[in-house]
Design a protein around this ligand. Sequence first.
Ligand code: IPE
Ligand code: IPE
Ligand code: MG
Ligand code: MG
Ligand code: MG
Length: 325
Amino acid sequence: MTFQPYLEAISKQIQHTAYGEEPAELYEPIRYIMSLGGKRLRPLLTVLSANLFINDWQKALKPAIAVEVFHNFTLMHDDIMDCAPLRRGKPTVHEKWNANTAILSGDVMLVNAYELLLDVAPAQLPRVIRRFNRTAAEVCEGQQLDMNFEKRADVSQEEYIGMIRLKTSVLLGFAMELGGMIAGADEATTQLLYDAGVNMGLGFQLKDDLLDVYGDPEKFGKQVGGDIIANKKTFMLIEALLLAEGKTKDDLNNWLSLEQGTYDTSDKVAAVTEIYTQLGLDTLAQTMADAYFSKGFEALENLPLPVERKKPLIEFAEFLVGRES
Ligand code: IPE
Ligand code: IPE
Ligand code: MG
Ligand code: MG
Ligand code: MG
């Protein structure tokens, strides 16, 4: 895999990043979540995007870690919001410690992310911060919509795509744009990188929603069925609400209307999964994800750069398409 050396450099940089020491209760959860691994896809996108234009991609390492720290901060808070027990195969921070700890450690991670971004050359810093701020606000907007949609039954596919664009895709777009900005690429090119990242991000979240239902718990590292339990309006649930008829429709609506605590969650997960499968939504969701990934690839292929130069980024994007974790 041509992206392996970049991943190793990122892991090393993460190991050497200092988040703070005292009080230990504040900083220990940060070291915990940052050391659990994960795919490191956002910093990889930053570094691999910088590498499209410059040989000293190491210059992008610290800002790349800023994006990963920001991502992990959103995960810490997201896991509270989603009542998620597991992350990367280990207890979530609010389960291992408590919700207040996860809130406060998450808050300081956002500060850490800004600190790491300061590594960008002074001439580029205002633009980088402006773009980062916009992205971070959009992630929060997407997260709020995600929660609003849990309570609604009439969410459209268009609204769903808008919501995942905000909560997930813009950060992948920014990660790529950041690599371009650090490497001094012109605005048209950084915009192209951003658009490629956003499209891959849409494919990525569609796939995440698919794995949340059909993933292998060992590989996925998160609770399978969490989205079904929380009535998350995923592509599959929205489509099921449109396609189901007769008894299937009644059953689905019934599961959605039950108050949490009044039923066995594994029964709900099994029943709703069965409905998705019957309706062929696993295949349909995969097709949708692939279509967005293809758009992202197309943009990368159109970048006027030598094929060799683009190889690590394209190989990494291909790995993402086939991911199971
Ligand atoms: C999880 O992101 C949150 C989503 C946007 C789906 P990742 O799947 O990138 O999580 P890690 O960092 O690899 O664990
Ligand atoms: C999370 O989406 C997006 C952000 C963290 C901003 P999910 O809630 O689907 O992510 P996972 O599945 O918990 O990783
Ligand atoms: Mg969530
Ligand atoms: Mg979640
Ligand atoms: Mg998910």
